[in-house]
Design a protein around this ligand. Structure first.
Ligand code: BG6
Length: 501
């Protein structure tokens, strides 16, 4: 998607609930800055921070400016060089509303701030703690702020985590849908803002080649990995109540799974794409309690090392219980019960404090039908992989066997590949740019529909239920690739994890 050739989004008043939180300063504001740099924001856009701490618009703008300027000295993500002229243009759009999220007076004040010059268009971005999602939505509804009969659009962006299990996700959906329509709700999963994730669909469905082997006749199994080197950082309290499964699987990893496994949509509109995703996630086989235990591994990092650096164990992290049983690593085997994928296991793993940062999808193909080269030393060639590297070193690579030059018949693994950096100029981005732009323009394709979210929770619920009663949390030293049991999940099927990095 080349944003440079597309028009600026329509004018609107964008309310950022939780304005003093991390998300606004680390990701949303840098993303808005990048959109403004690329000429994709309307001159009449107003951005109003909403939070309980008393502050002025100048305080709000000043705080964001200091963070962005500081970040330029070496942070990750957005533009590396803060252009002061550009910033001051954006700062003029900033405003601030002090208010308690539970107080109806806050919503009266917000109503008065919806700018006439933006045709009554308003977006309410819930970047708050999730416990406020139902409360804020309900009060927005009660104050009449979600009513679109005046002609302007009214949209609500809901951050993750969306629920903590199936029942809570259903309850949150019901609560939102009581005060607004599905087309007003933008449930964010920031993985969908990543270029490499969006590219999975483009590559699959614009290259005829892929469809011919994208099925259980040729694919042996699929591996989806999100390995992180970071620990829980400052989020111990949140993470200890959440764990790796809830934090990463029903949202990010299932988005990747859906992109790989969904059927071609009849059109590239929001409904068709989200309909196919909901179908494939809905086709994940619900395991019995016994099978859920057999097909899952939980791990927790202990003291370890990264290079020479000594790393604390999870239980030594701030705001984590000393006897915590929360998993920082999870590996799962899931099956998709449909014609395309019958019999093809999908192995998923994610973990904190692993050896390298690597988010990738490895499609492993079935071996050649018989041992053609049985007289050579490579009687059993290695399987072919297609690796879709989401981050870092974004790109796609096929692992193939080739003959090493020389009189002997020796096969070697070679790579056919495409690295983004060799073909495209990738301007640094947070991943939120596309999502914010799409919300401003009313394109819901990259946002989760209620059924997508609920199907995701439905598929992980058997693991949550089984773990609540039984099963072990395996230890692994920080800096290593999960517990031994995580490897056994594949070796028992005579397979192995694709090497990380
Ligand atoms: C967040 C999780 O949703 O995704 C974090 O809460 C995780 O725990 C992060 O670190 C990973 O995102 P990314 O874009 O760095 O892969």
């Amino acid at each position: 998607m080349t944003k440079q050739t597309i028009p600026a989004a329509p004018a609107c008043t964008l309310f950022l609930f939780g304005a003093n939180g991390d998300l606004v300063k680390r990701l949303l504001m840098p993303a808005l800055y990048n959109l403004s740099r690329d000429g994709l924001l309307d001159r009449n856009l107003r951005i109003v921070g909403v939070d309980h701490n008393p502050a002025s618009a100048e305080d709000f703008a000043g705080r964001l400016h200091s963070f962005m300027a500081e970040r330029d000295k070496g942070g990750e993500g957005a533009a590396k060089c803060l252009d002061e002229k550009l910033w001051s243009r954006l700062a003029k759009c900033l405003d601030y509303q002090t208010g308690d999220f539970l107080d109806p007076a806050t919503y009266q004040a917000i109503g008065k701030r919806i700018d006439k010059t933006s045709h009554g268009n308003a977006i309410f971005y819930l970047a708050t703690s999730p416990r406020f999602f139902p409360e804020v939505a309900q009060r927005l509804g009660e104050a009449g702020l979600l009513d679109e009969s005046g002609g302007g659009f009214r949209r609500v962006v809901v951050e993750k985590p969306f629920g903590t299990d199936l029942a809570s996700a259903e309850a949150l959906n019901a609560c939102l849908l009581k005060v607004m329509g599905e087309r007003q709700i933008y449930r964010i999963d920031h993985y969908l803002g990543k270029e490499t994730v969006q590219n999975i669909l483009v590559s699959r469905f614009s290259n005829g080649l892929f469809e011919s082997f994208w099925n259980n006749h040729y694919i042996d199994h699929v591996q989806i990995t999100a390995a992180e080197t970071v620990g829980v950082e400052t989020r111990g309290a949140f993470y200890d109540n959440t764990g790796a499964l809830r934090d990463m699987v029903p949202n990010h990893l299932f988005q990747l799974l859906a992109m790989v496994a969904m059927e071609p949509p009849a059109a590239f509109g929001a409904d068709a794409v989200r309909g196919e995703k909901a179908k494939v996630i809905g086709a994940i086989r619900p395991w019995s309690a016994k099978m859920a235990l057999k097909n899952s591994v939980r791990g927790q990092y202990t003291v370890g090392k990264q290079g020479r650096k000594r790393l604390p164990g999870y239980r030594q992290e701030a705001n984590v219980a000393e006897d915590s049983q929360t998993e920082t690593y999870v590996a799962l085997k899931v099956m998709i019960d449909n014609w395309r994928w019958a019999g093809v296991p999908f192995y998923l793993r994610t973990g904190k404090r692993m050896s390298v940062r690597d988010t990738e999808i490895a499609i492993c193909f079935k071996p050649a039908p018989y041992a053609q080269f049985r007289e050579s030393e490579l009687e059993r060639p290695k399987p072919n992989y297609l690796k879709i590297q989401i981050q870092p070193n974004e790109g796609m690579w096929f692992d193939l066997q080739a003959k090493r030059p020389g009189p002997e018949l020796v096969m070697e693994n070679v790579e056919l590949g495409f690295a983004y950096k060799d073909f495209f100029k990738m301007t640094p981005a947070t991943g939120y740019e596309t999502l914010i732009y799409d919300c401003l323009t009313g394109d819901q394709t990259l946002f989760q529909r209620a059924d997508n979210i609920e199907n995701g929770w439905r598929a992980v619920q058997p693991f949550l239920d089984a773990w609540a009663k039984d099963g072990e949390v395996h230890e692994y030293p920080a800096g290593q690739d999960g517990p031994e049991a995580g490897h056994e999940l594949l070796t028992r099927d005579k397979r192995e994890w694709h090497r990380l990095g």
